[in-house]
Design a protein around this ligand. Structure first.
Ligand SMILES: [Zn+2]
Ligand SMILES: [Zn+2]
Length: 285
């Protein structure tokens, strides 16, 4: 029997900002583009993308150079602007020989297409859905496990003001959970926290909302976002191996993030790795 010594997958962060792109110089270390993560699996040609924030623009430019890896799948957590706004700037959608499948958590039939194309109306943008030349399948993703070549995907509903998925992706026995918009209220007695703990138990990689710190969260409950300290606490209790904190608030400049990153080092022992996600960084697992 051969021993596999290559990585099961890699993760690249193309956008880690929440709410709105931040283009000013004080955001350049952590990055100003909104949510977009790419997962690459060795030997699998198609692209796998989580969310279509503004970070997907640069990813699309790169994919446009590599004709072999042009078709693929995009999993969109929800329809908030910061998770879809990069879609019209993703070059592959304009190429007629490409297939793109977009998966969106199902609530009502047609949600996926509505979420992705409502921005493509004349009052918002000059491009209409008919002008996208790629073959695009808009798929309302019901709560089930979808099995693909080399990976499987399922999801759990997030604690967020609108229908929002937290995706679980399993690749070669390793598990990633992607939850960029999810509120963990440690004071809450709801069953959600218990089921969330089960959902993330023992995962290899957790990419989670850390929009706030505890102080700012105290006045922003029910906004649908978490304090980074709470995420770290729960993730450590649930034996998460590698934790990436993401969806940084537009008020969180690099200076603020650096202060938090120093505080975060106190938890290094609890994980194989723990960090605030930075744009344009790649990790192998
Ligand atoms: Zn968001
Ligand atoms: Zn949101």
């Amino acid at each position: 029997m051969g021993v596999r010594n290559k990585n099961a997958f890699s993760i690249r962060f193309w956008g880690v900002r929440g709410s709105i792109p931040c283009a000013n110089s004080e955001y350049m270390s952590y990055g100003g583009n909104t949510s977009c993560v790419q997962i690459s699996i060795p030997d699998i040609e198609e692209f796998i993308i989580l969310d279509c924030g503004s970070g997907i623009r640069k990813l699309g430019d790169q994919l446009a150079l590599d004709t072999n890896k042009f078709s693929g799948k995009i999993f969109v957590t929800h329809g908030h602007w910061d998770h879809i706004q990069g879609f019209p700037f993703f070059k592959p959608v304009y190429c007629d020989d490409r297939n793109i499948e977009i998966f969106f958590p199902h609530k009502h039939n047609g949600d996926c297409k509505r979420a992705m194309t409502t921005q493509l109306t004349p009052s918002h943008f000059p491009v209409t859905p008919e002008m996208l030349n790629a073959t695009i399948d808009y798929i309302d993703f019901k709560k089930e496990i979808l099995y693909f070549n080399g990976f499987e995907v399922s999801y759990k509903q997030a604690a967020h003001p609108v229908n929002t998925a937290m995706f679980k992706i399993v690749i070669d026995g390793k598990t990633i959970v992607y939850a960029p918009d999810n509120e963990l209220d440690l004071q809450s007695k709801s069953r959600f926290l218990k089921s969330f703990r089960e959902f993330i138990k023992d995962v290899d990689v957790l990419i989670h909302d850390a929009n706030f710190d505890r102080q700012s969260y105290s006045t922003k409950q029910n906004w649908g976002h978490s304090a980074w300290e709470d995420v770290v606490e729960i993730a450590a209790q649930c034996n998460v191996k590698n934790l990436f904190l993401t969806h940084h608030d537009p008020t969180s400049t690099d200076d603020i993030m650096d202060v938090r990153a120093k505080l975060l080092t106190a938890f290094n022992e609890k994980f194989e790795s723990v960090q605030f996600a930075k744009e344009s960084t790649t990790f192998d697992f």
